[in-house]
Design a binder for this molecule. Structure first.
Ligand SMILES: NC(=O)c1ccc[n+]([C@@H]2O[C@H](COP(=O)([O-])OP(=O)(O)OC[C@H]3O[C@@H](n4cnc5c(N)ncnc54)[C@H](OP(=O)(O)O)[C@@H]3O)[C@@H](O)[C@H]2O)c1
Length: 283
C-alpha cells in the first residue's frame, strides 16, 4: 500500500487524484490530521488514517502494512519542524516501510538563507541514514505562491517585494503532484534526488513583465528593503517567527537559491510543464 501524508493539503490531495488513475483505490492510504478535511474522497475507496507528525505512535499505526510513503513536508517552523519530519521518517522505518518519497526544497542546506531549507536538509539526511529506499523531490516554489508574493499587485499592478533581481524557477503544483504520482506508481526512481522546477526562472521584475504581456496590466516591480517588508507584515499581525520565515524566503530568492532550472519535471511528466504565461493569465 502507498500512504500519502499531508493528504488533506493541496499537494497531497492532488497527488491522490492522479494516483487514483494509476492504481486501485484500496492501495491508497490518506494520512491526515483531521478526517473531515478529506471527506470529498469518502466514496473513492481509499483508506483514511488519522495521524499527527507530532505523535510518533499515531504515525506508526498509520503506516501499518504500508510499503511506500509520500512524506509531505510540514507546515511547522524551526526545531519543531525538524522534530515532526524526523518523527515521520522514524515511524516509517519502525513500521517496515521500504520506500519513502519526500518533498524537499530546491536548495536544502544548513547554511541556506531559507529557514525551511535547514529542516529539509535534516530530513533528507535522516531518510538517507534510515536505510529505506528514497526519492527526494527538491521542489522550487509553486506558481500558486505568486499571488501571495505580489499581493495587491493583481489589482493595482504594483509589485512590492524584497526579492532584488533574484529569479525563481516556479513550477505548477498540479504538475508536481502528477510527477509524484508517476514516481509512486513507478519502479525506477530508487535513491534519486530530483530538482523539480518549471521550464524557466523569473525575477519579480519578470513577473511584472508577464502581467503586462499576459494580462495587459500597467505593472511594475519595486525592490523594497527587508525592513519595509517586515513593517508591512507586522501591520498584518503576522507572528514574528513567521515574519523571520518570510524574510528568509526573500533573502533566499535574492541570493539565487531558487534560480536553478531543470528538465526533470518535464521528463517525469513526459510532456512540457504547464507554462507560467498561462498561469499568470488565469489569476
Ligand atoms: N514549494 C512551495 O512553493 C511551497 C509553498 C508552500 C508550502 N510548501 C511546503 O510543501 C508542503 C505541501 O504543500 P501544500 O501546498 O500541499 O501545503 P498545504 O496545502 O498547506 O498542506 C500541508 C499539509 O501538511 C499537513 N500537516 C501540516 N502539519 C502537520 C502535522 N503536524 N501533522 C500532520 N499533517 C500536517 C496539513 O494538514 P492539515 O490539513 O491538517 O493542516 C496539510 O495536509 C507544505 O506543507 C510546505 O511544507 C511548499
Amino acid at each position: 500500500m502507498i500512504a500519502i501524508t499531508g493528504a488533506s493539503g493541496n499537494l497531497g490531495k492532488t497527488t491522490i487524484s492522479f494516483l487514483l488513475k494509476k492504481t486501485d483505490p484500496s492501495n491508497i492510504v490518506a494520512v491526515v490530521r483531521d478526517a473531515a478535511k478529506i471527506r470529498d474522497y469518502a466514496d473513492s475507496g481509499i483508506q483514511v488514517r488519522v495521524a499527527d507528525y507530532k505523535d510518533p505512535a499515531s504515525l506508526r499505526k498509520a503506516f501499518s502494512q504500508v510499503s511506500k510513503v509520500l512524506q509531505i513536508s510540514t507546515a511547522s517552523y524551526g526545531e519543531q519542524a525538524k522534530r515532526e519530519e524526523s518523527n515521520v521518517v522514524e515511524a516509517a522505518k519502525d513500521a517496515g516501510v521500504q520506500y519513502i518519497v519526500y518533498t524537499s526544497t530546491l536548495h536544502p542546506g544548513n547554511d541556506a538563507h531559507f529557514l525551511a531549507a535547514r529542516t529539509c536538509m535534516n530530513t533528507e539526511n535522516a531518510i538517507k541514514a534510515s536505510g529505506m529506499q528514497y526519492t527526494i523531490f527538491r521542489n522550487s516554489m509553486y506558481f500558486e505562491t505568486i499571488p501571495l508574493f505580489i499581493g495587491g499587485a493583481l489589482e493595482n499592478g504594483q509589485v512590492y517585494y524584497p526579492g532584488g533581481n533574484g529569479k525563481v524557477s516556479f513550477a505548477y503544483r498540479p504538475d508536481i503532484a502528477e510527477a509524484l504520482s508517476n514516481v509512486l506508481a513507478g519502479e525506477d526512481h530508487q535513491n534519486a534526488v530530483y530538482n523539480i522546477t518549471g521550464s524557466g526562472a523569473y525575477s519579480f521584475g519578470d513577473i511584472a513583465g508577464l502581467m503586462r504581456s499576459e494580462k495587459g496590466m500597467d505593472a511594475s516591480y519595486t525592490d523594497i528593503p527587508n525592513e519595509a517588508y517586515r513593517e508591512e507584515l507586522v501591520k498584518y499581525e503576522v507572528p514574528s517567527h513567521e515574519i523571520d520565515f518570510y524574510v528568509s524566503m526573500a533573502d533566499s530568492i535574492k541570493a539565487g537559491e531558487f534560480a536553478h532550472v531543470d528538465d526533470t519535471l518535464e521528463k517525469l511528466l513526459q510532456r512540457k510543464p504547464f507554462p507560467i504565461q498561462e498561469y499568470i493569465k488565469s489569476i
